[in-house]
Write a protein that binds this ligand. Structure first.
Ligand code: URA
Length: 241
């Protein structure tokens, strides 16, 4: 079932390019529910599009914890882009909740809400849309039963783009989801990139390095290599997740 492409239940139909239809593959085991489509999604027509920053991060992190992307559906509590990314107001969230109710039966058992607005709009049924009243810090990553489904609130990937703490919490919660789905999560991997060696003496070279984890720089350092042995690696991060 698609959202009507000509839906005019709220004023967003006058500013959108198109209704961003839910992506609900038959192979999905979990659906990720966002707030409203961004401008790239408005142009492309699908939620959390891989060419958009939040969509790219979300899809990459999902796969990095070992969850196949074919197991994932994507949708938003409001299916039309809001001007200047202002976010939906209560009237718009309530208007679109009709479509959420229609799609609910297509959703799998697990529903992940991303960010406080989608959680509030979903769990309050679109009628109590008060995003500022909720602290995700208390509830993120904890499954709860709601309307015959298991809802897991998580941080929004846009918050993850802005700050490392939200991104790490999102990764930790996705790892929890992976284990609920029976995927054995891979250990997070450090990736170290080395500079060109600089000769210090006839048997010693020094090299700079940058360490990243899941594409995020987490440390820089320097190492000395003497007669093929690495000495004095400084700057290695101790623990990241
Ligand atoms: N942010 C959302 O909440 N949804 C999208 O589809 C894209 C960005």
């Amino acid at each position: 079932m698609r959202v009507s492409p000509t839906c005019s239940r709220c004023a967003l139909h006058t500013t959108r390019i198109q209704v961003v239809q839910p992506e609900l593959p038959t192979t999905m085991k979990v659906v990720f529910l966002g707030r409203d489509p961004g401008s790239v999604e408005d142009e492309k027509g699908s939620p959390f599009h891989p060419a958009a920053p939040a969509g790219a991060l979300l899809r990459r992190l999902i796969q990095e914890v070992g969850i196949p992307i074919s197991w994932c559906g994507f949708d938003n509590v409001v299916r039309c882009h809001t001007p200047k990314n202002r976010g939906p107001n209560a009237t718009e969230a309530r208007a679109c909740s009709v479509w959420t109710k229609v799609h609910w039966r297509d959703y799998p058992q697990l529903v992940v809400t991303l960010g406080r607005e989608s959680y509030t709009a979903l769990v309050a049924g679109g009628s109590g849309y008060k995003p500022t009243k909720l602290d995700l810090g208390e509830i993120h990553g904890k499954p709860q039963e709601f309307a015959d489904r298991t809802v897991i609130p998580m941080y929004h990937p846009s918050a993850g783009l802005r700050n490392g703490t939200s991104r790490r919490l999102l990764v930790a919660d996705l790892r929890g989801l992976a284990s609920i789905l029976g995927v054995v999560p891979e250990e997070p991997k450090y990736v170290r990139r080395w500079s060109t060696p600089v000769v210090v003496s006839n048997n010693t070279v020094s090299l700079d390095f940058e360490t990243t984890m899941q594409g995020v720089p987490v440390g820089v350092g320097v190492a000395w290599v003497e007669d093929g042995h690495v000495y004095g690696v400084y700057g290695e991060p101790h623990k990241v997740l």
